[in-house]
Design a protein around this ligand. Structure first.
Ligand code: TYD
Ligand code: ZN
Length: 405
């Protein structure tokens, strides 16, 4: 029996992706012998609707002082967070006397915008290296895991928050009930908690199974967010779909009874019912499509290899760890993956040990094919890589379907 992390009721396992390393566990050749694996399985809770990872590696192995992910490697995300911050400031009427807290503030990509507007703020992030990068650009950051204890400590030291903002982090914290209690304790009675996360509707419809990995413990929908936070006196009052990370939702929550719900909440709940997010059969069908997707992707890579073509990967994303390991994409199929993040370069990808090379390895000598592992940035990448295509290069994509473009 696998109890739901939210409501403790029994969940149903619907997908097994097999042996997985840590998604951001890029490693040096001498670390290969010590690499850690777990079994990636996903389950669905029929009681509260939450989609979740069944068994997890130890969080201390995931977020530490050499965490590989820096958000500000993407221009699109920098622009996105500028807009997100501006929207929160305008909608809540925040000013110099307000206090904004961001769990999972990473390198300060979001809070820098509140800092620039002269708003009192505090970022919280357990990864010392990214927190240090944030401090360097003037974003006040506390190096800690976010949960009830941290939230209560912040409230005691700094007072209650007018807004708690978060992006791509709430799903990373296993004890979501501690997060819920912490948010409620830290928030003013008229405060707002707004967060973004990849959206279950997009993942299920586009077979974007690479959103499943150790750090993405939960995959949220409006239904499951409503259920998870209602337990802690927080009500979902608005939901706005976002194009980021291949389809995300921005959830707006407030203490129960404080704000009327917009029509969007009812709209999205209706949509979720229409696409079957509440039914176990939907998830079984989804996993069958993941397996078809794997066969199709492997067929393309095997064919390219047989023809002696050069194939490289573009973007050593965390997501690519799930795809590469589930599809057994070894270095004889993909020569290397290029990535602009210095901390990933000259390391090996988790599990499959494909070398990660700087961007120039791609641009100095174009391959025949590039697998678009950073598919959620497709628009930005296609626009800047026109020369690759015009010289005869082709992209291999796998979301929303496997194809060569
Ligand atoms: P991201 O899309 O945030 O994915 P994940 O959460 O799965 O890690 O990461 C993008 C990765 O792709 C990051 O390592 C930077 C890299 N990247 C490039 O190398 N070049 C690019 O043009 C873009 C947009 C990203
Ligand atoms: Zn549940």
């Amino acid at each position: 029996m696998h109890p739901c992390r939210v409501c403790t009721m029994p969940t149903t396992i619907f997908a097994d992706y097999g042996r997985m390393p840590l998604a951001n566990g890029f490693l040096l050749p001498e670390q290969v012998a010590d690499e850690r694996f777990y079994r990636l399985q996903m389950s669905f809770c029929p009681s509260c609707g939450m989609i979740q990872v069944v068994d997890l590696p130890d969080p201390a192995e995931m977020f530490h002082d050499h965490y590989a992910y820096f958000a500000q490697t993407s221009q699109g995300m920098i622009t996105h967070f500028r807009g997100f911050a501006a929207d929160v400031i305008r909608r809540l009427g925040l000013g110099p006397h307000s206090f904004v807290v961001e769990p999972g503030s990473n390198d300060g990509i979001m809070l820098r915008n509140f800092a620039a507007a002269g708003i009192r703020h505090l970022g919280v992030d357990p990864a010392a290296n990214v927190a240090a990068a944030a401090s360097q650009i003037g974003v006040r950051t506390r190096c800690a895991f976010f949960g009830e204890d941290t939230a209560r400590a912040i409230r005691a030291e700094e007072g209650p928050a007018d807004a708690i903002v978060a992006a791509n982090v709430i799903a990373h914290i296993p004890d979501i009930n501690s997060v819920g209690r912490g948010i409620r304790a830290l928030l003013k009675d008229d405060g707002v908690f707004v967060f973004e996360a990849p959206y279950a509707g997009d993942v299920i419809q586009n077979v974007a199974y690479d959103q499943f990995y150790d750090e993405h413990i939960f995959l949220f929908s409006c239904h499951s967010v409503q259920a998870a936070f209602a337990r802690h006196g927080l009500e979902l009052f608005d939901a706005e779909h976002q194009p980021t990370h291949g389809g995300s939702m921005r959830y707006w929550l407030a203490p129960a009874g404080a704000r009327p719900a917009t029509e969007a909440v009812g709209h999205w709940l209706g949509q979720e019912e229409a696409i079957g997010l509440g039914r176990a059969a939907t998830y079984q069908h989804f996993f069958a499509r993941c397996q078809e997707n794997r066969s199709a992707l492997r067929a393309i890579l095997e064919a390219a290899k047989a023809e002696g073509k050069r194939v490289v990967g573009y973007g050593a994303t965390a997501k690519s760890t799930t795809v590469a390991n589930f599809c057994a994409i070894t270095p004889d199929l993909v020569e290397f993956i290029c990535d602009v993040t210095p901390t990933k370069q000259d390391k090996l990808t988790p599990g499959m040990h494909i070398p990660v090379r700087p961007y120039s390895a791609f641009s100095d000598h174009y391959p025949d094919y590039a697998v678009l592992f950073a598919w959620s940035h497709a628009e930005e990448i296609f626009a800047k890589e026109e020369a690759f295509r015009s010289q005869g290069g082709r992209w291999i994509t796998f979301v929303p379907r496997v194809e060569v473009v």
